[in-house]
Design a protein around this ligand. Structure first.
Ligand SMILES: *Cc1c(COP(=O)(O)O)cnc(C)c1O
Length: 431
């Protein structure tokens, strides 16, 4: 598969090059040059396929021939070593649990897939690759775990000091080996800005082979298509066309869902569920995209003021605002609304949602007000224990730590404090 840059000022790229470079030389995001829908027979028999077979069929056109069939099957097997259950809360709302991976956030899938692709491409390469990644909470842990021990790859994670949960911080600061955490005196947008600036810095890029593991990287973004197919497989018998409510930050996950729809997945529409960071909710009202600084919320992985994947969504809809609006609804919710939703879900359905999932639930409920016949699936993007203090305070109950979380809690944090871009640069030049 070939990819082009959405800024249209760079040559087309192979999958391999797009994974290694992250961004195109003109700083555009890569996008596949063609999208071949899957045959009808695939959807007719999807319930007879295993998750790994589905994933293989879904992703192969985007990575062939650079990763051959045998290796791709192995990468998928290794990536998807956990389940993706769908649980019905009532007749209109189900939840798709995406948190059964090693760091208990949906980002495990993309991070593990990307790490294995990069490991495959770099196996005979003497030049080291440095993965530079900004995290608002969950990316850091998922990337750290996904890349831990991958040969020839160093990972440097920037996270905003005191703005991620204790568990999130442990997950990204306790691994050691090829993983380094930089604790930034600032907010997520500062971290993201520093990463972007590093990619533009010739002094750095002439000395280091830098790449990103944010959802701008096609190998992290595209495997997120899998979830939507898995949900369809699990719900197909009872519901023909479903609506996905996706708690959104950088809009990588929802944009992957839209790619799944381009492949032929029968989806009615998408709901972008936002917290107070609502650039896209506002865009759909005004047709004017106005990025702004992020504000801090209890669903911190969605505290993004300028979602990087939004340009990919515009590309999918060929910048046709009306077509996009037909296929995307968006709502924004306050922290107070999110807390009440968590309590409501707990009281009514005996289900514990994390703040991100709760925002997704609220998106589904808002949509159902005008579309009572729809079946909405909201994505539960992280396990509630990752936001323990918020969740326990709301539902007034202790929740048990799963084994994945328990194993990091006793470990010692190791992070390097960074004040500004110069600090980052000095660190990178030293390594
Ligand atoms: C990253 C993340 C999101 C947002 O996903 P995007 O692909 O950036 O829109 C939502 N919830 C959780 C728990 C996350 O970690």
């Amino acid at each position: 598969m070939h990819y082009f840059s959405l800024n249209k000022q760079a040559p087309d790229s192979s999958f391999k090059n797009a994974v290694i470079k992250g961004l195109a030389p003109d700083k555009g995001l890569y996008f596949p040059k063609s999208i071949q829908p899957l045959p009808k027979s695939f959807f007719d028999t999807i319930d007879q396929l295993s998750d790994t077979e589905i994933a293989f069929e879904v992703i192969k056109q985007f990575v062939f021939p650079e990763i051959p069939e045998k290796e791709l099957r192995q990468i998928i097997e290794d990536t998807l070593s956990f389940d993706f259950p769908v649980i019905a809360l009532n007749d209109s709302i189900s939840v798709l649990e995406l948190y059964h991976g090693p760091t208990m956030a949906f980002k495990d899938v993309g991070a593990r897939f990307m790490a294995r692709c990069l490991g495959y491409f770099n196996q005979n390469n003497s030049e080291k690759i440095t993965v530079l990644v900004a995290t608002s909470g969950d990316t850091g842990g998922a990337v750290a775990h996904g890349f831990l021990g991958v040969k020839g790859v160093d990972v440097v994670i920037l996270y905003p000091s005191a703005k991620v949960s204790e568990i999130q911080e442990k997950q990204l600061t306790t691994l050691g080996q090829n993983i380094t955490a930089l604790e930034v005196d600032g907010v997520f947008d500062d971290c993201q800005y520093m990463v972007k600036r590093a990619f533009l810095d010739h002094e750095l890029t002439s000395k280091l082979q830098l790449t990103s593991a944010n959802s701008i990287n096609v190998a992290r973004w595209l495997p997120q298509m899998f979830y939507f197919f898995f949900a369809y497989k699990r719900l197909k018998v009872s519901h023909d066309k479903i609506v996905f409510s996706v708690p959104s930050g950088n809009f990588g996950n929802i944009c992957a869902g839209m790619m799944a729809q381009q492949l032929g997945l029968p989806v009615n529409t998408f709901i972008a569920a936002n917290n107070a960071n609502k650039v896209v909710t506002d865009f759909l009202k005004s047709n004017s995209y106005e990025p702004r600084p992020s504000v801090q919320t209890i669903s911190n992985a969605m505290d993004v003021g300028d979602p990087s994947n939004f340009v990919r969504i515009l590309e999918i809809y060929q910048h046709d605002f009306d077509r996009l609006k037909e296929n995307l609804s968006s709502y924004s919710f306050t922290d107070a609304e999110t807390r009440s939703a968590m309590l409501e879900i707990y009281n009514n359905y005996n289900y514990v949602a994390d703040p991100h999932g709760a925002v997704g639930y609220l998106g589904a409920k808002s949509y159902l007000e005008n579309h009572p016949d729809a079946h909405c699936v909201f994505l539960e993007t992280a396990h509630p224990t990752k936001f323990l203090d918020v969740v326990e305070k709301v539902i007034q109950k202790k929740i048990e730590l799963p084994a994945q979380i328990q194993s990091v809690m006793g470990k010692k944090k190791s992070a390097i404090p960074i004040q500004n871009y110069e600090g980052l640069k000095a660190f990178l030049l030293k390594t």
